[in-house]
Design a binder for this molecule. Sequence first.
Ligand SMILES: [Zn+2]
Length: 118
Amino acid sequence: MNTDRFRSILLEERERVASAIHHFHESNSHSLEDETEEETYDNHLADSATATLNREIDYTLEENSEHVLSAIDEALLRIETGTFGACVRCGKPINEERLEAIPYATRCIDCQRLEERG
Ligand SMILES: [Zn+2]
């Protein structure tokens, strides 16, 4: 397992999430109009759609970002302690493709499914 690679992915993601949180706290009063006003190009429609999409992603992020941030911190800690990539529930290695998609995953796909099923 190349934890150095995952460490840099996690640090990048952490940066992104941290600045998103900062952005939420700073720009709660900004309207969507403010963001789209500057778009004066001929692909205006596409840009508006992108802005709307980004806003939708923002809402999801806002709900989850603080949770994700602590999950990233925990994952970084697991890299330091050498337990990164092991499922916290069953102890088996988490599939590397899964870690590519969610580097801060704490459970293998089987345990995640069990969890979601309740
Ligand atoms: Zn597991």
